[in-house]
Design a protein around this ligand. Structure first.
Ligand SMILES: O=C(O)COP(=O)(O)O
Ligand SMILES: [Mg+2]
Length: 228
C-alpha cells in the first residue's frame, strides 16, 4: 500500500457518539431553563468542537446566546459530558476489522478529532480502540481545529510522514476541507454527521461505506505519480 499513515476522524467516523453528546447538550439546556431538542437536530450541530456545539445548541431557537450564557453553558455541558461520555456511544460496524486491515497493510494509524483531549482519550480506552493508534491529535492539541489543516500537519509530523504519504478518513466538511488544504487524500463515510448536509457535496477522493471498504480502497489505490 502506498499510504504509510492513515488519519481518522473520531465522531461520526469511528464512533457513533451522538446519543451521549445529545444527552449532555439537553442536560445543559435543562439547567439553563430550555426545553430539550431532538437528537437528530443536535447531530447537525456537531463537527466544529465543543464551543460551537454549545453555541449552536443554546442558539437553537434563533436568538444567539450571550457570551455569559455560552460560558455558563460550556461549564454545564462539560460537567454533563464528563459523566455521560461513552455511556451510549457505539463503534460503527466495520471499524475494528478495518483498523486491523490497515495495520495488516503496514500503516501507522492516528486519530485527528475536534473533540477535546479530556474526552477523547478516556473514550478511546473505554471503547477498546486506543491500542490501534500511534498518535491522537485532539481539538485542543493545536492552536486551530479542523477545517484548518494545522492538526493534520501536526499529525503527519508526529507520525514522521509527509502529507503525500497520508490518507485521511472522515465524515464531514471539516475533514474534507482540512485534508484538501493539507494536500492529503481524503475519503468520507456517509453515516456520520456532516452538519446536516449531504456527503455527496464534499470535495473528497471517494465515498466509502465502511472503514473496511476504505482499507480496500487504499490497497487498490494507485499513487498520483503512477498516472504521470
Ligand atoms: O467534536 C466535534 O465537534 C467533532 O469531532 P470529530 O472531529 O471527531 O468529528
Ligand atoms: Mg466527525
Amino acid at each position: 500500500m502506498q499510504f504509510s499513515g492513515i488519519l481518522f476522524d473520531l465522531d461520526g467516523t469511528l464512533l457513533d457518539t451522538i446519543p451521549d453528546l445529545a444527552d449532555a447538550a439537553n442536560a445543559m439546556r435543562q439547567d439553563m431553563g430550555l426545553a430539550p431538542i431532538a437528537e437528530s437536530t443536535i447531530a447537525a450541530y456537531v463537527g466544529k468542537g465543543v464551543e460551537q456545539l454549545v453555541i449552536r445548541t443554546l442558539g437553537h431557537e434563533g436568538k444567539p446566546a450571550s457570551v455569559d450564557m455560552v460560558m455558563r453553558g460550556l461549564a454545564r455541558y462539560q460537567d454533563h459530558y464528563r459523566a455521560l461520555n461513552g455511556q451510549r456511544s457505539r463503534i460503527y460496524p466495520g471499524v475494528v476489522a478495518g483498523l486491523q486491515a490497515f495495520r495488516d497493510q503496514g500503516a501507522r494509524l492516528a486519530v485527528v478529532t475536534n473533540k477535546s483531549t479530556e474526552f477523547t482519550l478516556p473514550l478511546l480506552r473505554q471503547m477498546g480502540l486506543d491500542g490501534y493508534f500511534d498518535v491522537v491529535v485532539c481539538g485542543d492539541t493545536c492552536e486551530r481545529k479542523k477545517p484548518d489543516p494545522m492538526p493534520l500537519f501536526h499529525t503527519c509530523d508526529l507520525l514522521g510522514i509527509t502529507p503525500a504519504q497520508a490518507l485521511f478518513i472522515g465524515d464531514s466538511i471539516n475533514d474534507a476541507l482540512a485534508a484538501n488544504a493539507a494536500g492529503i487524500r481524503v475519503l468520507t463515510l456517509p453515516y456520520g454527521y456532516n452538519e446536516g448536509r449531504p456527503v455527496q457535496e464534499l470535495p473528497v477522493d471517494a465515498i466509502v461505506t465502511s472503514i473496511v471498504e476504505a482499507a480496500q480502497w487504499a490497497a487498490d489505490a494507485t499513487s498520483p505519480t503512477e498516472h504521470a
